[in-house]
Design a protein around this ligand. Structure first.
Ligand SMILES: [Zn+2]
Length: 74
């Protein structure tokens, strides 16, 4: 069975070995999470999700860690 990656629409095999399904890669999964976080939290100075597609994996990971480290409530 094949599904389209929600981020880049690439055809990706839906199988147990693909731990990022329905995404084609960890990168696309992070980008999708980033978009969700961006819509939910609206952090000023947060990079645009479209920019994230051009970021390195290290940059993405660092940013996701920052997002997830955000304390609940305000
Ligand atoms: Zn993808």
């Amino acid at each position: 069975m094949k599904v389209s990656c929600p981020t880049c629409q690439k055809q990706v095999e839906w199988k147990a070995e693909n731990k990022f399904r329905p995404f084609c890669s960890e990168r696309c999964k992070l980008i999708d999470l980033g978009e969700w976080a961006d819509e939910s939290h609206r952090i000023a100075g947060q990079p645009d999700p479209k920019q994230m597609e051009h970021m390195s994996d290290d940059e993405l990971m660092a940013m996701m860690e920052k997002l997830q480290a955000k304390p609940d409530g305000d």
